[in-house]
Design a protein. Sequence first.
Length: 350
Amino acid sequence: MPCRQLYDQTSSTFSYLLWDAPTREAVLIDAVFERHGRDRALIRELDLKLVAVLDTHCHADHVTGAWLMKQALGVRIGVSAAYQASNVDLPLAAGDSIAFGAQALEVRATPGHTAGCLSFVTRDRRAVFTGDALLVRGAGRTDFQQGDAGLLFRSIREQLFTLPEDCVVYPAHDYEGRQLSTIGEERRHNPRIGGGAREEDFVGYMRNLGLPHPKQMAMAVPANLRAGRPEHEPDQQHGDWGPVIATYAGVPQIGAEWVASHRGQVQLVDVRSPAEFDGELGHLKGSALVPLDDLRHRSAEVSHDSPVVVICQTGKRSALGALILHKAGFARVANLEGGMLRWRELGLPS
């Protein structure tokens, strides 16, 4: 089953996008609110149909992106029924199954880090998404949100360590750059619970971690009990000036057809060389020529008064141009998708 491991550097959170190849149906595990644009772009670029967003637990270090994804794509939200969270479509419990295409995830209750932690096991038992229950060479802290070290010990031993040795462990967090492990590795080498560790060893270890509480805890936990829905809905004035779509690489792009019908409302900045500007493909009337090599030190020539569309031959150099202008403080900027080649293919006037 195809899987993409995504990362949020601020909270050291891993999110996982899984899908069924024949049907393109997908699920997203442990989405992060601030990474919604990135995740939605990847779903679009991979031509997937997202059917559910799942959270392994009520996170204390970030706000889930579940509500944003439901608003955007109409997906179902799943989290443990133990939390009694609002805005949830799938209140999950041990033994439940989440189907997507021909694939499915088995729900296993693995409480201890919090009272409602879940792990998701693939149908073939080749992979498990452990949330904060079992980490790579670690385990989730147990000193808040009804945490219980003894309960976590039993959850890991009875629900996770009973999986096959080669079952891949995908955790919700890692703070040392470790991406994954296996059940066999953790059984043998996990310093908290591996080898011959007994419950009293594990409990003593967990009680003496001495960690500060997560910085976003006071804000994140209430938000996640609403499935990430903002307490006050934002107004609809998003500052959108056109149908701009961010790619998975973070490039804001806009289609040629829209630009052709709104040319009087935007500034056109062509970042090709002078020879290309006057060459075979021509250029768009009213566009300003600022070659990419010069754009950083000539950005002051571009006005902030109206949105900016950046242009080149294929949309590759202009993608970098759009990012350069964005970093220079231009909030309304986009790359012309496909560049002048796409413009010509569509038969638009140049």
